[in-house]
Design a protein around this ligand. Structure first.
Ligand code: SF4
Length: 731
């Protein structure tokens, strides 16, 4: 029997509504859904490869446990949970709860019930050691929101913006923020055609930069310099929004003082962009009436991510680029409880340095979570409180953590490593237990989790009142023994006598929009995923049953909330002159940039790059996605390759102060000269002997978690890395 059914592709945060063809209980095709009102037939290569992901020959069909010979053997999921629960219990008894940590990556988003159950189990263990990929990705977003204050009314809409500034992000490929995630390339094209002036800062003429009215192509790592330069021009020329600042912003004089020295000529000399372009970009941006400022992986990876995100917020605030009274609320809640958006700030709150104190580098909890870059040292460093057991979900630390050598040593030192992984990834190969999960189309899904992304940063999440639910479409492969993520934590909790409670709350950092809802879970009679979804959507603006009535997804146009005026008694202001940020900006200005740019040992800068076929390390075993290039090329400018005496396909050695990797070079004339651009999440473990042309290279080998890092988030330099490049096998 063949049928075609609407569902949600949950491979990436865009969560496109798609169609799945099912033949005799197997998915045979996934394509865009023309009847979906938001995505309108859109899909990408990853979504269309969902059948290959579900029936990947490398997929685990049962959980695995380490065997005595050092390899792995299949284990029944129930027995795995028995053994893991017993081992965690014994470790906690001997060393205290802090010896257990959890690391959660981005591949948890497809499974809305998973984070709540994982966190409930962790609370039951009584350990504070909860880490996520957030603090090795773009932690500056939440920390800057804490320091500057967020805007209660939300962003201005992309749909009617006349200027839009993107710094180091490429939504055409990443599909997560910066432009609406429902077909961002098309949305950008439409916006530019109707006259929106797009300004892009990127060392590469990326797929997004190609559509820009102004493309500043700077030296990598100079995002704070450029943002400060734009602020300089806007303040010097009086292009800011006086009325908005008067009512909503404090700290104007402090930031004006700090950016005084970032003249267009200084920015030009330092960032390597024409001074006229800095002037023009500032005038164009400030000359518009509506728009937004968005920073991405580029600035966040380059050590001063918090400062870049902060300056982006200041720029938006000085130009009044937040939703105004009477504007349509861009992201009204649908599967979340209703709230009243107001044209006023949330007050700033501490960005870091509170909560759990880590044992190294004076790091503590942050508005973006505990610093993940410190976790390897928390495992390696002897003494009281050492982490001895790690549970990973939706992640592969060996591929994602910076400083891969240290990550490798740390994971090997653990007394218990458990990972939930559909394949024997490099992390899984080091694990004591690998829990094999069901995949998306074998589980129900809903869009509530991507609606919540708006609390992680401007421009994230759904920019329309849209919702979709999808039941599971197919059973897992016959004979398999697979768990949903939440089932694993439910099973562990049952075995350890932990009562699971789902706690739902929503808001920016410390500012919760609605009272927390607490739902105890029946620990005797295991609920279904749908029953958990019902609990999670209690109190939602649109009842779960109503969302389910629209299998192709629905835009709830009748939700036409408008932003309400500022409360008359509200005295809260956004902070444009936060002292830590002003001090860091002063440090930037004092740097000897000529010496660092001119260092003859490291003539190149390595920057991150998103690939259309992969989300971080996901998809690395899927042949349809790998094509005939199973590695992550080292893209370089053709003239740089010529100078090095190498050509496309040759192998080069890329060395930083901290490590060396091999890279297969590929020409990219869109890159600024002196830049190497590589996708992260590739390669194997440091002791693997596979050819670089078969698995690529892990850029984490070039990073050090202790040499240079953001003092707030502990995130090390993961981009704009000074590197030397030399031929390994000249042509
Ligand atoms: S953009 Fe993301 S959600 Fe949409 S089809 Fe591609 S992978 Fe799936």
């Amino acid at each position: 029997m063949t049928e075609t059914r609407p569902t949600i592709c949950r491979y990436c945060p865009a969560h496109c509504g798609v169609l799945a063809t099912i033949e005799n209980g197997r998915i045979t095709k996934v394509s865009g859904d023309p009847d979906n009102p938001l995505y309108r037939g859109y899909s990408c290569v990853k979504g269309r490869a969902l059948p290959e992901q579900h029936y990947d020959p490398a997929r685990l069909l049962s959980s695995m446990a380490r065997s005595e010979d050092g390899g792995h053997r299949p284990i029944a999921s129930g027995q795995a949970m028995d053994e893991i629960a017993a081992k965690v219990g014994a470790l906690v008894e001997r060393h205290g709860p802090r010896c257990v940590a959890m690391y959660v990556g981005t591949n948890t988003l497809p499974y809305p019930a998973a984070p709540g159950f994982a966190h409930a189990w962790l609370r039951g263990v009584r350990t504070p050691m909860f880490f996520t990929s957030n603090t090795i990705d773009q932690p500056g977003k939440q920390i800057a929101a804490a320091l500057h204050g967020a805007w209660h009314g939300g962003d201005q809409s992309f749909e009617d913006a006349d200027t839009w500034l993107m710094v180091g992000l490429n939504p055409v490929i990443a599909k997560s923020s910066g432009a609406p995630c429902h077909n961002p390339a098309q949305r950008l094209k439409e916006a530019v055609s109707r006259g929106m002036k797009l300004i892009v800062v990127d060392p590469r003429r990326s797929e997004t930069a190609r559509r820009a009215h102004i493309h500043l192509q700077p030296r990598p790592g100079e995002d704070p310099t450029i943002l400060a330069g734009l602020l300089h021009v806007i303040i010097e020329e009086g292009l800011y929004d006086r009325a908005f600042i008067e009512e909503n912003v404090e700290g104007f004089d402090a930031v004006a003082e700090q950016v005084k020295a970032f003249t267009p000529d200084y920015v030009a000399a330092r960032a390597g962009v024409p001074a006229e372009q800095v002037l023009e970009a500032a005038r164009v941006f400030a000359g518009g009436k509506r728009g937004g400022v968005y920073c991405g992986t580029g600035p966040n990876f380059a050590t001063r991510g918090t400062l870049s995100e902060y300056l982006g917020r200041v720029l938006a605030s000085l130009c009044g680029r937040w939703a105004r009274p009477g504007d349509k609320v861009l992201r009204p809640n649908v599967m979340l409880p209703a709230f009243t958006a107001k044209a006023q700030p949330y007050p700033p709150y501490p960005g870091w340095g509170f909560g759990e104190q880590l044992r190294i580098r004076n790091l503590a909890d942050t508005a973006a979570g505990l610093p993940t870059a410190a976790l390897a040292d928390e495992i390696l460093g002897d003494g009281e409180g050492r982490v001895r057991a790690l549970v990973c979900m939706g992640s592969s630390p060996m591929m994602a953590w910076p400083d891969q050598s240290k990550a490798f040593a740390a994971l090997q030192k653990l007394e218990l490593l458990v990972t939930i992984d559909p394949v024997m990834s490099p992390t899984a190969r080091l694990a004591d237990y690998v829990i094999a999960p069901k995949l998306t189309l074998e589980t129900p899904g809903m869009t509530q989790s991507i609606e919540m992304l708006k609390y992680f940063g401007p421009g994230l999440g759904l920019a329309r009142p849209y919702a979709q639910y999808s039941p599971k479409l197919v059973d897992p492969p016959e004979g398999s023994d697979l768990l949903e993520e939440w089932e694993f934590f439910y099973g562990l909790s049952q075995r350890m006598g932990i009562e699971v409670q789902q706690i739902m709350f929503y808001g920016w950092g410390q500012h919760i929009e609605s009272p927390p809802q607490i739902f105890p879970i029946d620990m005797e009679n295991k609920p279904t995923t749908d029953q958990i979804f019902e609990l999670m959507t209690q109190g939602a603006r649109v009842p779960f049953e109503e969302v389910k009535r629209h299998p192709h997804g629905h835009i709830f146009e009748d939700i036409d909330d408008v932003v309400q005026p500022r409360d008359p008694e509200c005295e809260i202001k956004l902070d444009a002159g936060e002292p830590h940020m002003m001090a860091e900006l002063s440090d930037v200005r004092a740097e000897n940039f000529e010496a660092s740019h001119g260092d003859p040992r490291y003539r190149f800068r390595l920057i991150p790059r998103r690939a259309d076929a992969f989300v971080n390390s996901s998809g690395r075993t899927i042949k349809k996605l790998l094509g005939n290039r199973p590695y992550n090329p080292a893209f370089m400018h053709p003239e740089d390759l010529q100078d090095l005496g190498v050509g496309g396909g040759d192998v080069v050695r890329i060395s930083s102060e901290h490590g060396t990797i091999l890279g297969v070079v590929e020409e990219d004339a869109d890159l600024r000269r002196g830049v190497v651009s590589m996708t992260h999440g590739f390669g194997g473990n440091p002791t693997d002997e596979a050819d670089v042309r078969e698995i690529g290279s892990n850029t984490g080998m070039l990073m050090s978690v202790e040499a240079e890092y953001d003092p707030a988030s502990g995130m090390p330099r993961m981009g704009a890395i000074p590197v030397a490049v030399e031929p390994d096998s000249p042509s």
